[in-house]
Design a protein around this ligand. Sequence first.
Ligand code: NCD
Length: 312
Amino acid sequence: MLKHPSLMHLIDIESLSAETINALLAAANAILKGHAVKISQNIAENTPVATLFYENSTRTRFSFHLAASRLKMTCLDFTREGSSASKGESLQDTAATLVAMGAKILILRHPEAHSAEQLKEIVGDKASIINAGDGAHAHPTQALLDMLTIQHHKKKFNDLRVAIIGDVLYSRVARSQICALTKLGVKAIHVIAPTVLLPQDIHRWPVVLYDDIAAGLKEVDVIICLRIQKERMPSDLFPDVVAYHEQYGLTQERLLLAKPDAIVMHPGPMNRGVEIESSVADGKQSVILEQVHNGVALRMAVLSAIAEERCQ
Ligand code: NCD
């Protein structure tokens, strides 16, 4: 049986070594092949999980629920609307309440950057924290499931050119992906976006910038489209989605500029016809639903690693 990767919290990719990333990918692969990374009934019973989602989510929330239930862990489901947070209860008090009921892993999605780290400081060693997306800061399980999906198609990371197109400014996914891809040693990361959708410190990131999508897609093995996150932007920042699609949308025609076996990824939810043409999203090169499928196994690997570590 595979040894569990050693993990107590999962806040961001920066805190993981390449060795831990590879161990989590190996554990998720074993789960996908049916060699479930087993945790004992005792450990599962002793590790109730709570999802604290202060933002809407389909994929990430259901994926964590399914992962916990496949591991036979109890999963408490918190959402802002259906809970006392709607009466003004603070994150700190909500977390303390769930921990008092016995939750040992808190999975947090929150609109504020660095809230997962802050919750970790507050909760101390009473529970482990998994960051399920905090503001524009980090979304580590999304980046890990993306690495797992890339690995299935491309085997070795160090030969790869990866293009990331779109709203990098508001994207926690892009930040975590870039960190993971860098740790895994890819050859190059092309960031393709208009200047208004780039963070001010982008020049310090380990990426090559392209304003022109045709130049940026040349020779790439992996294309990641990002959602235009209109709900996070000031309304005047991004007035025209039609013009955006014309300049930066991934179309069939533009896909031909990448390597013929390039894969197309998107973390979802998609704005079809904006960052990605519908026929590309559903096309032969798209692995978008594989990403979703792999997410459950990856999250099982993360939850079981943390549960094992807590019960040592
Ligand atoms: C992403 C998120 O919420 O950060 N989606 C996801 O978790 N699958 C990306 C997005 O909302 O665009």
